[in-house]
Design a protein around this ligand. Structure first.
Ligand SMILES: NC(=O)C1=CN([C@@H]2O[C@H](COP(=O)(O)OP(=O)(O)OC[C@H]3O[C@@H](n4cnc5c(N)ncnc54)[C@H](O)[C@@H]3O)[C@@H](O)[C@H]2O)C=CC1
Ligand SMILES: N/C(=C\C=C\C(=O)O)C(=O)O
Length: 487
């Protein structure tokens, strides 16, 4: 470990105060492999303190009007925006992503999350029906659930954390958030802005540490009735088990094995750069990234040639390099896991068209121990291969030919996941038909990752339970009650 003096030391944020912890975990700079930060290794004690704070803050915060809460969220968005550059630098260093991506996507979207839910919370109405023959009317009311437990991953740290905090507090809940122990820095920076934005102590508590210790303490706590989780399927299973005795409300946003389906009439000038981006953006570490590319046989050779050429131009470099398309992967263990998938494909007789083991990666001397990998394209692979079935969550994508619509829909659906798909065709009828038949929570046609935050976001099958987005998040973060009045 490097000298303690130089390390960035994070603290938990409970009841509006920064509090040190008894033990800490090392956090690495993925671009150098060096420890640069220490993250609290919290446990049950810290969760108990956060629950007490959140419980105390709940009556005051939940009784404010939506307009008052909205003003606080907007102020927080302004403060985040004023710190955009500082936050982007921190996110890029902590996660390994390019500074450009953090500047143009992660932090602006975090700002937008607060602005969006500050606005959407103002527009809900409840339902009312009449039964005149019985002299009755019925109506619904919604109330915040209470203390929300929010667990977020390492791939889009502030972006996904704010996607949970913003709707939860907009609806009047108080929260205890646990960011990934691998990427805690921007969450800690957010805590510094809360008081200035007018968020009362105890409304947002952020407790750092590992999943098995502090994550499980949060999930198991009887006074936390709701858990919103984004991450892996095995962790979701554990969270489901721990929540079951308490019948907690759960929202689970999990992984994907997302297909891109490219028909012979696709506009390849648009499709190829978009599919390179959908495969390799953020080092392929987005649950929405494409990892199976089905190309109609008649254009397969042309597509592959042009796709591999475009992938080779996707530059891997140090995250601060303005010309970098891709930075470092999150951790040494994750890099090994992703590389092992490529090795496994080779043993199965697949071909590596570019990237890992084929092309050379050039890095400055101080980044040689960083977790970098070239974007890798695999072909000649069977649908049964683990590379075609399991979530790799790295810069690896498989390309395979198909003959007709019926066949490709069946093959695209033939995995346990059902999160996101892309369909490329100029035939409007086909686009609608295929989109409808895909087992996928999201389908983008002739584009990728254009987000409409008003509409439901989430997956089917093993990609999760529940949806989030304006109305869906509001429904999730509130309880509904039906009241009948006889007059
Ligand atoms: N958004 C997504 O779809 C994501 C998918 N993944 C997938 O998961 C794989 C493993 O990555 P991990 O970092 O291990 O993901 P993970 O699912 O273990 O981590 C996500 C969050 O859950 C927390 N967590 C872990 N175990 C927990 C437990 N028992 N109780 C409560 N919280 C817990 C973690 O500390 C982190 O905050 C990746 O290779 C990738 O395939 C990982 C991150 C995000
Ligand atoms: N949930 C994830 C991405 C969400 C993106 C978005 O809401 O735009 C993920 O990668 O886990």
């Amino acid at each position: 470990m490097a000298g303690t003096k130089e390390l960035l030391m994070l603290e938990n944020f409970i009841d509006g105060k920064f509090l040190p912890c008894n033990s800490y975990i090392d956090s690495y700079d993925p671009s150098t492999g060096e420890v640069y930060c220490r993250v609290p290794d919290s446990g049950k004690e810290e969760i108990d303190a956060a629950v007490q704070a959140a419980r105390r803050a709940f009556p005051g915060w939940s009784s404010r009007s939506p307009q008052e809460r909205s003003q606080v969220l907007n102020k927080l968005a302004d403060l985040l925006e004023q710190s955009l550059e500082e936050l982007a630098q921190a996110e890029s260093r902590d996660q390994g992503k390019t500074l450009t991506l953090a500047r143009t996507m992660d932090i602006p979207r975090s700002v937008q999350n607060f602005r969006f839910f500050a606005s959407s919370v103002l527009h809900y109405t409840s339902e009312c029906t009449q039964m005149d023959h019985l002299g009755c009317m019925h109506y619904t009311v919604r109330t915040p659930v209470g203390i929300a437990g929010l667990i977020s991953p390492w791939n889009l740290p502030l972006y996904l954390l704010t996607w949970k905090i913003a709707p939860a507090i907009a609806a009047g809940n108080t929260v205890i958030a646990k960011p990934s122990e691998l990427t805690s820095v921007t969450a800690w920076m957010l805590c510094k802005l809360l008081d200035k934005a007018g968020v009362p102590p105890g409304v947002v508590n952020i407790v750092f540490g590992t999943g098995p210790r502090v994550g499980e303490a949060l999930v198991s706590h009887p006074e936390v009735p709701l858990i919103s989780f984004t991450g892996s399927q095995p962790t979701a299973e554990r969270i489901t088990q721990l929540s079951a005795p308490h019948c907690k409300k759960l929202s689970l946003e999990l992984g994907g094995k997302n297909p891109a389906i490219i028909f012979e009439d696709a506009n390849l000038d648009e499709c190829i750069p978009a599919t390179v981006r959908s495969s390799f953006a953020n080092q392929g570490e987005i649950c929405l990234c494409t990892s199976r590319i089905f190309v109609q046989k008649s254009i397969y050779s042309e597509f592959l040639k042009r796709f591999v050429e475009a992938t080779r131009k996707w530059k891997v470099s140090v995250p601060s390099d303005p010309s970098a398309s891709m930075g470092a992967l999150i951790s040494k263990a994750h890099l090994e896991k992703v590389r092992n998938y490529v090795k496994k494909a080779l043993t199965e007789g697949a071909r590596i068209q570019c990237g890992e083991g084929v092309d050379e990666l050039h890095l400055p001397a101080r980044n040689q121990a960083g977790y970098f990998m070239l974007p890798t394209v695999i072909t000649d692979i069977k649908d049964e291969s683990c590379c075609m079935r399991e979530e790799i969550f790295g810069p690896v994508t498989c390309v395979t030919p198909f003959h007709n619509e019926e066949e490709v829909i069946q093959r695209a659906n033939n995995v346990k996941y059902g999160l996101a798909a892309t369909v490329w065709s100029r035939d409007v009828g086909r686009v609608h038909r295929v989109a409808k038949k895909l087992q996928s929570g999201l389908v983008w046609t002739n584009c990728w990752l254009i987000r409409e935050l008003n509409l439901p976001f989430g997956g089917m099958k093993s990609s999760g339970i529940g949806r989030e987005g304006a109305k869906d998040s509001y429904d999730f973060f509130t309880e509904i009650k039906t009241i009948t009045v006889k007059h």
